[in-house]
Design a binder for this molecule. Structure first.
Ligand code: HH2
Length: 280
């Protein structure tokens, strides 16, 4: 598999994460307005405490974000975004012994966060901005390439496809090849649940994960607390953990190597049990 060490491990900076079980990327939003946990860890101290909790509960990677991507969220400048995440990244890097990814679409923020200790860029715009590719070229950082169309402000109206699975696959393959040529340490792909996808698109992706696990790059899937769970069940963001677990179990059964979730302890337990059943 591309970008994977011969020992079947995911290389993130100096870390090597074994790919023989589903890894957990724990979400840490240092924002006042994220759709499900906005404001909860907005000051650096609360964010660092939450990072510790994510790691204690079993997160293999901590994904730090300083700008919400929900439609209607307030845009923030690169300086403000970096100011929010910088102390959190430096402290996690120094104290927690876990690889850090920076969830940003701004190349300037990505570059500064890599310098501060992040080893992966999680780009929800999938390297559509050439300056982000330049940062990967310069730093050789790992990258997670997510599919979306338009921007968080316009994506709802862009959830229109002739053949959604093929279009998403094609985008991920083209962008992943660019990242590989740029020298990214590892390249991860993500179909982008909830980003320019309607409820049926999200369910179709989860039902057709085989279309993405076969691309030759480790797959990342982020169902956590997303709107499609609310549309199916009527649950608000805080009450969507059971629906999230259902999606995570489907990911494990489909052989997805990385899931991005807010509720690490609950999802970890579901992953352990699902994997044990599969092995038995
Ligand atoms: N989803 C969100 C943000 N970043 N990155 C990847 N690779 N995949 C995802 O599915 C994904 C992502 C949205 O969730 P959240 O971070 O909780 O919300 P917000 O963008 O409002 O901060």
């Amino acid at each position: 598999m591309t970008g994977i060490a011969s020992d079947n491990a995911l290389a993130l900076g100096t870390y090597r994460l074994p790919l023989d079980r589903t890894l957990i990327m724990g979400v840490l939003n240092v924002t006042p307005d994220s759709f499900s946990d906005g404001g909860q860890h907005f000051d650096a101290r609360a964010a660092i405490e939450h990072a510790k909790r994510l790691v204690n509960e079993g997160a293999d990677i901590v994904d730090v974000g300083g700008e919400s991507t929900r439609p209607g969220a307030n845009p923030v400048s690169a300086d403000e975004e970096f100011r929010r995440v910088a102390p959190v990244i430096t402290t996690i890097a120094r104290e927690l012994g876990v690889p850090i990814s920076i969830d940003t679409r701004k190349s300037e923020v990505a570059a500064r966060c890599i310098e501060a200790g992040a080893s992966m860029v999680n780009d929800i715009t999938g390297l559509r901005d050439d300056s982000m590719l330049d940062v990967i070229r310069q730093t050789q950082a790992a990258v997670a390439i997510m599919h979306m169309k338009g921007t968080p402000q316009t994506m709802a109206s862009e959830a229109v496809y002739d053949d959604m699975i093929s279009e998403v696959r094609e985008f991920l393959m083209v962008q992943a090849a660019k990242a590989t040529s740029a020298g990214a340490q590892s390249v991860i792909v993500d179909p982008g649940l909830g980003f320019a996808k309607n409820g049926l698109h999200n369910l179709t992706i989860l039902n057709r994960l085989d279309a993405f696990t076969g691309l030759g790059y480790p797959l990342l899937v982020g169902p956590s607390r997303k709107r499609f769970i609310g549309e199916l069940t009527g649950a608000g963001p805080d009450d969507r953990v059971p629906g999230t677990i259902a999606a995570v179990v489907k990911c494990v059964l489909a052989g997805v190597p990385i899931v991005r979730v807010h509720n690490v302890a609950a999802c970890k337990q579901a992953i352990i049990v699902t994997e044990a059943i599969q092995r038995s």
